[in-house]
Design a protein around this ligand. Structure first.
Ligand SMILES: [Zn+2]
Length: 94
C-alpha cells in the first residue's frame, strides 16, 4: 500500500502493512512520520493512517544543563547565606 504525504504529496510505501498489520514509514522529502495499522474482520477491512511531524525547536540538553547549573549555584549560595545567618544569630545569642 502507498499513502501520499499530506504536506508534499510524496508517496510513502508501506508494502507489507496488510501482512504484518502495522507498519511505519517516513516521507523521504519532508520527513513526516507515517504510522499505519491494518485490520481485517469478517465483513470489513480497516486502515488507520497517522501522520506526525515534530514542530518547534527541540531544546538542547546543553541549554537545560546550564540552567540546572545556575539553579544549583543559586541554591548553594542560599544555603551559605542561611548558614551565615544562623552563625550570626548564635554569636549574638551568646
Ligand atoms: Zn512529505
Amino acid at each position: 500500500m502507498k499513502v501520499l504525504c499530506p504536506r508534499c504529496g510524496q508517496p510513502v510505501l508501506l508494502d507489507h502493512l496488510e501482512k504484518s498489520g502495522g507498519q511505519s514509514g517516513i516521507c523521504t522529502k519532508c520527513k513526516i512520520f507515517v504510522r499505519a495499522t491494518y485490520e481485517k474482520a469478517l465483513y470489513k477491512e480497516t486502515w488507520e493512517v497517522h501522520f506526525e511531524k515534530q514542530i518547534g525547536r527541540v531544546v538542547s540538553k546543553e541549554k537545560t544543563g546550564d540552567c540546572d547549573g545556575c539553579l544549583s549555584v543559586l541554591g548553594i549560595s542560599g544555603v551559605i547565606i542561611i548558614v551565615i545567618l544562623v552563625v550570626l544569630v548564635l554569636i549574638n545569642g551568646n
